[in-house]
Ligand binder design. Structure first.
Ligand SMILES: [Zn+2]
Ligand SMILES: [Zn+2]
Ligand SMILES: [Zn+2]
Length: 491
């Protein structure tokens, strides 16, 4: 089956993994294999007042729908573009008296969409929602209980005058949302803000070392093309050369977990046993759990165990302090932990990298740029030894490290990192993505500053100081709690 913009792929029977997608022709790094608009999507309950319900951008100021008083939009353009999707929901929320939770809202949006357009939206859709896995039978008791409550609430919320569905049908939709709901990020790609269903994407199987990546493109906001502005679509992009007939894969979970942890996560959340090469051969596990080795002298097993356990406990404390917005406490915990980790753990140990990541993020938010830059550099050096060279997380981390160096006044390192990040994001995000565009602007700016710096270091620093005095450097964005670690959302 090769239809619509799906001519680069075909459905096949992937041995041991059910259906899968494979390439119908040779593909190269950065190729958009297919793009798919969301079948339906909703903003998370927790962010319903901070994110536009149409374009999923985070905004300072949003305008509420006058009818239901629930939906929020950037402006009239966003509201109008979303009306078709919202109109039944708007009436239902008014009648129900409040907005139900995100699962119920998404299930209803899916069914309204099916009623309007039928189960298959376009020639390019390779599967129907009926055919997607729901894994209701595999669910643990606890989750099943929640699913039943959602089904019950759905039946109350769903308008009585509309076509009625039985409990099995609603359970199936809830199950599909649970295991196939794709996490939508904000425009900076840093925070998970909503969940959506993309049927073709559901056909792409997992591999811990995948040959593709998925990126959400919010579209470009232009006055000339107001409709394009609200397009939410995902793109499946090739990370390297892919041969004709090769299976296309993406990573459902972050690679920076040892193989047995990734396998456990995948089993828990997606109900399969990962048998990818990196899991079966435990590739890079030794680096991720590596210990310091100075001229063949290694710390004792006992010390390693103690520091590992201490790190895990500290990471929990850090998470709590971060959620409470207690950033000075976060910094204190990080510094203490690094002091213990440094003599014992290797530079690629994932617990060390996790601390470096939090420390650099929070310190640059607090404008301690020099210390933040040092941690960010070490984090990126560790990531480079672990991640696929075109991994999107690596690209984003390198970008962050580059910006931090730039703010710290290390223009040479900053510019070089921004260039490296740009090269990765051209492949993972593509030239039209808003993050890539921001990065390109920074690349040009830092290139100019670097030229100035090389011509006359003294003049450069004087100008920089004057500029800083005039206009304090804009704050780095506040560290977000709900980062994006998993491709598909799981509660
Ligand atoms: Zn908007
Ligand atoms: Zn409304
Ligand atoms: Zn694996």
């Amino acid at each position: 089956m090769t239809l619509g913009n799906m001519e680069n792929v075909e459905v096949f029977n992937a041995e041991g993994k059910g259906r899968g997608l494979r390439a119908t022709k040779e593909l190269w790094a950065g190729d958009v294999i297919f793009a798919e608009p969301s079948f339906a999507a909703v903003v998370f309950d927790s962010l319903s007042e901070q994110v536009c319900h149409s374009c999923f951008r985070r905004q300072e100021k949003l305008h509420r729908c006058g009818q239901c008083k629930f939906a929020q939009y950037c402006d009239r353009t966003c509201q109008r573009a979303c009306w078709e999707e919202h109109k039944h929901e708007c009436a239902a929320i008014k009648k129900y008296g409040k907005a139900p939770n995100e699962n119920v809202r998404l299930a209803a949006r899916i069914l309204w969409r099916i009623e309007k357009d039928g189960g298959v939206m376009s020639d390019g859709q390779l599967t129907t929602l009926d055919e997607l896995e729901d894994h209701v039978a595999d669910m643990p008791e606890e989750d099943l209980k929640e699913l039943k409550i959602d089904v019950h609430n759905f039946l109350d919320y769903w308008p009585h005058g509309s076509r009625q569905y039985n409990v099995d049908c609603i359970s199936h939709i809830m199950g599909v949302i649970n295991c196939n709901g794709f996490t939508l990020s904000d425009q900076r790609g840093l925070q998970a803000v909503g969940v959506g269903i993309f049927p073709n994407l559901c056909l792409v199987n997992h591999d811990c070392w995948p040959n593709c990546t998925i990126i959400l493109n919010h579209g470009n906001q232009t006055a000339l093309n107001p409709l394009f502005h609200t397009q939410r679509r995902i793109e499946l992009r090739a990370l390297g050369k892919i041969a004709e007939g090769e299976e296309l894969t993406v990573a459902y979970v972050d690679f920076l977990n040892v193989s047995k942890d990734r396998q456990r996560l995948l089993k828990q959340q997606y109900f399969f046993d990962c048998a990818c090469q990196h899991c079966t051969q435990q590739i890079k596990d030794d680096l991720m759990m590596g210990v310091k080795d100075v001229d063949g002298k290694k710390p004792s097993e006992e010390v390693v165990k103690e520091v590992t356990e201490y790190s895990l406990k500290t990471l929990e404390k850090i998470e709590k302090a971060r959620t409470e917005g207690n950033y000075h406490e976060v910094v204190k915990l990080c510094r203490e932990c690094l002091e213990k980790q440094e003599p014992v753990l290797a530079d690629t140990h994932i617990y060390l990298l996790r601390i470096l990541s939090v420390a650099s993020e929070v310190l640059s938010y607090l404008q301690f740029f020099s210390e933040a830059a040092e941690y960010a550099r070490r984090m990126v050096e560790g990531y480079m030894k672990l991640y696929h060279p075109n991994n999107a997380q690596l690209g984003m981390a390198t970008m962050r490290a580059g910006v931090t160096h730039w703010h710290a006044g290390s223009i040479e390192v900053g510019h070089s990192m921004i260039c490296k990040a740009y090269a990765i994001l051209m492949i993972t995000h593509g030239p039209s993505h808003s993050i890539t565009k921001d990065l390109e602007a920074m690349r040009m700016q830092t290139e100019m500053e670097l030229r100035m710096f090389r011509q006359n270091e003294y003049v450069y620093h004087t100008m920089r100081e004057a500029a800083l005095k005039n206009k304090p450097m804009s704050m780095m964005s506040e560290p977000v709690q709900e980062g994006i670690k998993n491709l598909f959302r799981k509660k």
